[in-house]
Design a protein around this ligand. Structure first.
Ligand code: ASP
Length: 365
């Protein structure tokens, strides 16, 4: 990918168009990662100092796990899995252990993963007893001819693949049982009892310029009738495309599905410089068969972080306009690790080869 950069810049110079130079994270061999542990009504006044510290420590652990893989030259796919698995094990988050309960008091997990290099993807929906649904989603991608498996079939596939299984009591926590009981007793909605979503996700750009995204969740408290949210839906909760970005979402899944949030963000970023890309492409020399000697794409135009942020915010605003709420983490192919949310907070973190290393909770941080 990077090999195309210089010729494209030459093409641009020929057009006398001045673009911002690429971000430092786009330097050859740069890497970038962002993680989330859910968005929602997360207010300082409702958090004790201990809770605040516990979330920050858990986020930092997950971020460090992913960043270590990238720093050592590992792939974006391995990095996001390494970041997501500790959050699946941590009862603070609504994924794996500590996931929310369905109306019937069970735990049904959804997850998906996407490789931006090939646009291969894997997803599982409504699975029980799988310790790491993100690993199962990856197995669906690498070891099955399918993209998405659900319920019993997905569990049979997990057993065949030798994935780690856990008994129901390992997943269930008192806090989630209380939320379900409160919801039923007071006829509340999932949003009233949960106030925050708690899904986990990670997105990354590795030193080779490859991107990946993954999301894992228990869905929403009191979900019924085999409800599936956005998290396992490629294009809604998760998307990765080396030409543009990697996205993982958290929020009121029905709205994220309707907007096609993750794919919409990548498409907007890919087409941000569409006219300029076409003009630059037209200047590319052709080979003897009349084919272009290289392909120009958006990542070569040094998309500025503020422009990317505007596009991402516009998609979250669309979710809001329909009545939904939540947020996303995005890493662009330039290496910008970005967030957007229309909630008062989102558990999140980001790290890059430029030395960024931070976790945050409230929207104003
Ligand atoms: N998006 C998830 C769902 O709707 C919930 C979450 O983000 O926590 O299933």
């Amino acid at each position: 990918m990077r090999g195309f950069f210089i010729p494209a810049i030459r093409a641009l110079t020929a057009l006398s168009v001045l673009f911002a130079l690429p971000a430092a994270a786009q330097e050859e061999g740069g890497w970038s990662i962002a993680i989330h542990g859910g968005a929602g009504t997360i207010a300082r006044e409702n958090m004790t100092a201990e809770q605040d510290a516990a979330y920050r420590a858990a986020l930092q652990r997950a971020l460090d796990a992913g960043a270590t893989v990238l720093r050592e030259g590992g792939s974006a796919m391995d990095a996001i899995q390494a970041a997501i698995e500790p959050m699946e094990d941590d009862p603070l988050f609504n994924a794996g252990r500590g996931a929310v309960l369905t109306w019937d008091g069970d735990i049904e997990l959804d997850a998906s993963i996407m490789d931006g290099r090939t646009r291969d993807a894997g997803a599982v929906a409504g699975v029980t007893g799988i310790r790491h649904p993100i690993e199962l989603a990856r197995k669906v991608m690498t070891d099955s001819p399918h993209v998405m498996l659900a319920g019993d079939g997905a569990e049979a596939f997990a057993a065949e693949q030798g994935l780690e299984l856990m008994p129901p009591e390992w997943f269930e926590t008192e806090r989630r049982r209380d939320s379900l009981e409160r919801m039923k007793a007071q006829r509340l909605s999932a949003l009233d009892v949960d106030v925050k979503f708690g899904t986990v996700g990670a997105v990354a750009l590795d030193r080779d310029g490859n991107m990946a995204a993954g999301t894992s969740t228990g869905g929403m408290t009191g979900k019924r009738w085999g409800r599936i949210g956005d998290a396992p839906i490629i294009g809604a909760g998760t998307y990765a495309d080396n030409r543009a970005c990697a996205v993982s979402a958290t929020g009121w899944g029905e709205f994220f599905i309707r907007v096609g949030v993750a794919h919409e963000i990548c498409t907007r970023l890919r087409y941000r410089y569409r006219a300029e890309i076409e003009a630059a492409q037209a200047t590319v020399p052709l080979d003897e068969e009349g084919m272009p000697t290289y392909i120009v794409h958006a990542s070569e135009f040094g998309l500025e972080a503020t422009h990317a942020q505007e596009e991402i915010d516009a998609v979250i605003a669309e979710v809001g306009a329909l009545g939904g709420d939540g947020g996303v983490i995005v890493v662009t192919s330039e290496g910008y690790p970005l967030f957007s949310m229309n909630t008062s907070g989102m558990y999140r973190g980001r790290a890059t080869s430029d030395g960024v290393n931070e976790v945050a909770i409230y929207a104003d941080e």
